[in-house]
Design a protein around this ligand. Structure first.
Ligand code: SAM
Length: 269
């Protein structure tokens, strides 16, 4: 029998890999199981640099949260927040201003359980078990209403999320629903795997993910730009993760040209 931990809900299926835990493993975290590590190791055997987008994505997230606070944002809705790891949104935001409020949302029970565990003592931060595709629940949950005021600007983060949502689920329409709830000068922050830059061998990785319970759907530039309808992109626009306002060599990584992750920050007009 696979290991159980204080943070691991009894109901999770330990026979199948899961995107949140595989990502945690790429980042060197400890909230993953043998089935996740075996899956990730198959990916790494095809693409040894597969941890890189995860690291560059986290570096982008840190920069963008600091950017948001510099630009007046004091409240964050982080959807598809993942398993807490180094440089969480509330860590970065609170370093800049301890009064910032953060609601983390994920539909993965391990991400939610671990979030609840480490955030139990923080009144300004909460974790919500909900699905991105159900904006009414996310936006009106008691914890969201308690911590976030949508009459004021808010940063809505969807980093590394939308490529888990198939076109059949209408992700553009769902993002628009969040947009309608956001006051002027709010920010939408995205990172998204793109087909525009993936080497051919990555198709095998696509096959692996497609056969998993959490398939990946990479998208082209036009489809990713479409998520920013109703927003004005902040400089430098929709770019690869290492190109978005890097401020250290770690932000760029050793092979920035191989990062197939588009990122962008849109201001609600
Ligand atoms: N946002 C974090 C980051 O950028 O480092 C974590 C990204 S992780 C790759 C993707 C997360 O999205 C996982 O924790 C997964 O459980 C979550 N997720 C996927 N589909 C979701 C959905 N429909 N609703 C809520 N969360 C979802």
């Amino acid at each position: 029998m696979e290991e159980q931990h204080a943070w691991s809900p009894r109901t999770i299926d330990l026979s199948q890999p899961n995107a949140a835990r595989v990502y945690d493993y790429y980042l060197g975290g400890a909230c993953n199981f043998a089935v996740d590590r075996a899956f990730a190791d198959r990916v790494l055997a095809i693409l040894p640099e597969a941890r890189l987008p995860a690291r560059l994505n986290r570096a982008f997230l840190r920069r963008v949260v600091a950017f948001c606070v510099r630009n007046g944002i004091r409240q964050f809705l982080d959807i598809g927040s993942g398993i807490p790891t180094a440089g969480n949104v509330h860590d970065v935001a609170h370093r800049a201003d301890p009064s910032c409020r953060v609601v983390y949302v994920d539909n993965d029970p391990v991400a939610v359980a671990h979030g609840e565990l480490i955030l139990a003592d923080d009144d300004l931060v909460a974790t919500l078990a909900a699905d991105f595709r159900d904006p009414e629940t996310v936006l009106t949950a008691p914890v969201t209403r308690k911590l976030l005021d949508f009459a004021e600007p808010v940063a809505v983060l969807m980093t590394g999320l939308l490529h888990y949502v198939p076109d059949a689920d209408g992700p553009h329409g769902v993002v628009a629903r969040y947009r309608e709830a956001m006051a002027a000068d709010s920010y939408l922050v995205l990172s998204h795997i793109t087909s525009a830059r993936l080497p051919p061998r990555v198709r095998e990785i696509g096959d692996l993910y497609r056969a998993s319970p959490t398939p990946l759907y990479d998208r082209g530039r036009r489809a990713i730009s479409g998520f920013f309808t109703g927003f004005e992109l902040e400089r430098p626009g929709l770019v690869y993760a290492p190109e978005w306002r890097p401020d250290s060599p770690e932000d760029v990584g050793e092979h920035p040209e191989s990062c197939a992750l588009y990122v962008g920050v849109g201001r609600r007009t």
